[in-house]
Write a protein that binds this ligand. Structure first.
Ligand SMILES: N[C@@H](CCC(=O)N[C@@H](CS)C(=O)NCC(=O)O)C(=O)O
Length: 206
């Protein structure tokens, strides 16, 4: 299998952590691709991704899987340990809700990045930028007010949330997103030391 990904992408980081946690990483060849809205993608394999978004997983039979939620579910299904997605309906729905929240925060963060990095200065719209920050902040507040969602063994939503927090801290360290949180900050500090998280942390500023 081949994973097309951008090293800084929080969605790709989630997939990479899941691949390690499920023991599937040894069967996946990583390939870095650059996909930026409005720019030509730099790899032939990118032609197989209609939305021009990473990550994407190319299976050995040529089938292409996207997006990150689909890839994570696939790897959890294939992998050795299945605790990342609970089987019991209500537990699963709660994990998937937190997963959706974390992905929504990532969508806001990636949009914010494009707005402040890609969009020409004269077209930037402060209200829109503030609205993306508010979504990220609201997600942080929701988790802080529902600390139970952080407890229990590692699940897919934990991976998604930590990947998102890793991305916003990496892109905007000065914003100190977690400074007024309590449970979330200490949870995040601990989880970032887990080998799969440490190994995949975003380090390349691009
Ligand atoms: N919902 C998608 C989101 C993926 C996504 O937004 N990826 C970004 C990189 S972090 C991307 O490829 N952006 C390129 C574009 O929007 O054209 C997923 O979960 O995989």
């Amino acid at each position: 299998m081949k994973l097309l990904f951008a090293p800084q992408s929080p969605f790709a980081r989630k997939v990479r952590i899941v691949s390690i946690e499920t023991g599937m990483h040894n069967q996946i060849k990583p390939e870095v691709v650059t996909m930026i809205p409005g720019k030509q993608s730099d790899k032939n394999s990118a032609n197989q991704i209609p939305l021009q978004k990473t990550p994407a997983l190319i299976l050995d039979n040529g089938i292409v899987l996207f997006d990150s939620r689909v890839i994570c579910e696939y790897l959890v299904g294939l992998g050795k340990q299945n605790d990342l997605i609970p089987i019991e309906l209500n537990e699963r729905a709660q994990v998937m809700t937190l997963h959706a929240l974390a992905d929504g925060m990532c969508d806001a963060a990636v949009s914010l990045r494009y707005e402040t990095w890609l969009r020409p200065k004269s077209y930037r719209w402060k209200k829109w930028k503030d609205a993306q920050c508010a979504k990220i902040q609201a997600g942080i507040t929701w988790v802080e007010e529902n600390p139970n969602c952080l407890s229990g063994p590692l699940n897919l939503a934990h991976v998604a949330l930590a990947s998102c927090l890793g991305y916003i801290n990496f892109r905007w360290p000065e914003a100190e997103w977690l400074v007024s949180t309590h449970s979330l900050a200490s949870w995040y500090e601990a989880i970032e030391n887990r080998p799969s998280f440490y190994y995949t942390r975003p380090t390349i500023a691009a």
